[in-house]
Design a protein around this ligand. Sequence first.
Ligand SMILES: NC(=O)c1ccc[n+]([C@@H]2O[C@H](COP(=O)([O-])OP(=O)(O)OC[C@H]3O[C@@H](n4cnc5c(N)ncnc54)[C@H](OP(=O)(O)O)[C@@H]3O)[C@@H](O)[C@H]2O)c1
Length: 248
Amino acid sequence: MSDYRPTPDLLQGRVILITGAGDGIGRVAAKTCAEYGATVILLGRTQRKLERVYDEIEQAGHPQAVIQPLDLEKAGVADYVQLAAAMEQQFGRLDGLLHNAAILGTLTPLGLYDIDLWHKVMQVNLHAPFLLTRACLGLLRRSTDASVIFTSDAVGRQGRAYWGAYGVSKSALEGMMQILADETESDGRIRVNSINPGTVRTALRARAYPAENPNQLLTPEAVMDKYLYLLGPDSRNVTGRAFNAQEA
Ligand SMILES: NC(=O)c1ccc[n+]([C@@H]2O[C@H](COP(=O)([O-])OP(=O)(O)OC[C@H]3O[C@@H](n4cnc5c(N)ncnc54)[C@H](OP(=O)(O)O)[C@@H]3O)[C@@H](O)[C@H]2O)c1
């Protein structure tokens, strides 16, 4: 994969929804998808951050993005149905769905984990991707070549002490990815995979490792190849697999 060379028009004409598009990896994924020709729906909770990404995409001359403010902690079923209806009206289909938004919660032993925080982390990291996927399935089926990506983590592939709700939510996302991939494999129109970005210089990483020197970490820009591969036509029929963005 390290020698993957996306063509400049890789995502031309595709409509891709990215959650957590206002910051960190999601922000760079949104800008990168737009650079490769996609119309990107920027979903996130902080309007001003989404507007900044929107402006950056516009100033670069890429396809105009769409801003979709939504707090995944608070959103209910009706919000997702409404969002899907709006996308249906504007685009009639969805070609890519990158579940990227997540919160860390705290690094705490399970026996001491705050119950309210547990629910909050599960809501944002696990239930929201389920609800959003469920609402978007009809739109994804209208694409000839749709890609759903769940963002995982090393601690979602192998449980690790103190990662609590975050670690459990990421393990569960791997399970959801496998179930959905199995359910959609036979019709060949939707592929479903997970990606672990690896260690990347973002606010979430800084919260987990406050003593670390961020300048020694890869930037989000440096890990985009596999995202592009999975969102573009080169990964057609690749489904049910767990990818690492920093592995060849
Ligand atoms: N960075 C790493 O080293 C690393 C390693 C492994 C996996 N990951 C995964 O990669 C993904 C991106 O992480 P990141 O490091 O880029 O994190 P980040 O910099 O903290 O960005 C997370 C994004 O999610 C959004 N978000 C959080 N809660 C939300 C909510 N309730 N509703 C809507 N949006 C919400 C944030 O919005 P606001 O900016 O408005 O808060 C932000 O845009 C996550 O799934 C994370 O688990 C990251």
